[in-house]
Design a binder for this molecule. Sequence first.
Ligand SMILES: [Cu+2]
Length: 114
Amino acid sequence: MRSSRLVIAALAVAGGLAAAWPALAGTATLKGFVGPGFSIGTSSKTVAAGTVKLVVTDKAAIHSFHVRGPGVNVKTSIAGIGTKTFTIKLKKGATYRFFCDLHPDELHGSFKAT
Ligand SMILES: [Cu+2]
């Protein structure tokens, strides 16, 4: 009785790992930055649609990095600095805008999911 339960638990763990593995391998990475000074940008103007790891480096205590578009609305804080990673899901053909919440007219840009 006891050993059969262990086997079932082990099979469930192995199945879970197998399911998670291909998703991790296929995840694209997009880098975003804001600061120092009045600068904002991303590592690319286009990124593959689907699950994307967005790594934002926020070097300014007066800016945020805010990304908005279909199904996505993530941001760093204005006062905070440092690196923050978001897992976002991009829709094919959609345009995503990024900007600073405090200076949206000066600091903004966009990228497209292809
Ligand atoms: Cu700002």
